[in-house]
Design a protein around this ligand. Structure first.
Ligand code: FEO
Length: 169
């Protein structure tokens, strides 16, 4: 049986992951509106990943005999200055998610829930990759932002991203 404090903390993180999905969808819509179609497609796949992160926790609560409680999802930002602003905001958001995952791991540890601690290791490792990806993209975009043909090529490259469902267990 899942400890009540741990269950509540995982439910909160499901909400944070679904908010991430919503935020990245909103970013995708904005990127479409400024004709950065490849970046928009890339961000749409990022949104799908967030959904998978939420569902990993959703399934875990159920497997442990707990109760999933879905709360309202906050309205995300809808406007940004430009493509660099979008990816910089996404990087900041991922840093916030990392701190939330770390806080959740602390709750599992404080409640001596070894199974949840092990489960959360996947998310801790994933956050390293998430921050790294956004960091790289922000650096590249900052280098290319005044070179329209290089920006066009990067947009095209990002548009080739395919969704690969993560295996979370
Ligand atoms: Fe679910 Fe991008 O962290």
């Amino acid at each position: 049986m899942l400890n009540q404090n741990v269950e509540k903390a995982i439910n909160n993180q499901i909400n944070a992951e679904l908010y991430s999905e919503y935020l990245y969808l909103s970013m995708s819509a904005y990127l479409k509106s400024i004709n950065m179609n490849g970046c928009a497609a890339w961000m749409n796949i990022q949104a799908q990943e967030e959904r998978a992160h939420a569902m990993g926790m959703f399934d875990y609560i159920i497997r442990r005999g707990g109760k999933v409680v879905l709360e309202a999802i906050e309205k995300p930002q809808t406007e940004w200055k430009d493509v660099v602003d979008v990816f910089s905001s996404a990087l900041k958001h991922e840093e916030l998610v990392t701190s939330k995952i770390n806080a959740l791991a602390n709750v599992a540890q404080e409640n001596s829930d070894r199974a949840t601690s092990l489960f959360l290791n996947w998310y801790i490792t994933e956050q390293v990759e998430e921050e790294e990806n956004f960091n790289d993209l922000v650096s590249q975009l900052n280098m290319l932002k005044n070179d329209s043909s290089a920006l066009y090529a990067l947009d095209k490259e990002l548009g080739a991203r395919q969704f690969v469902a993560p295996i979370i267990k």
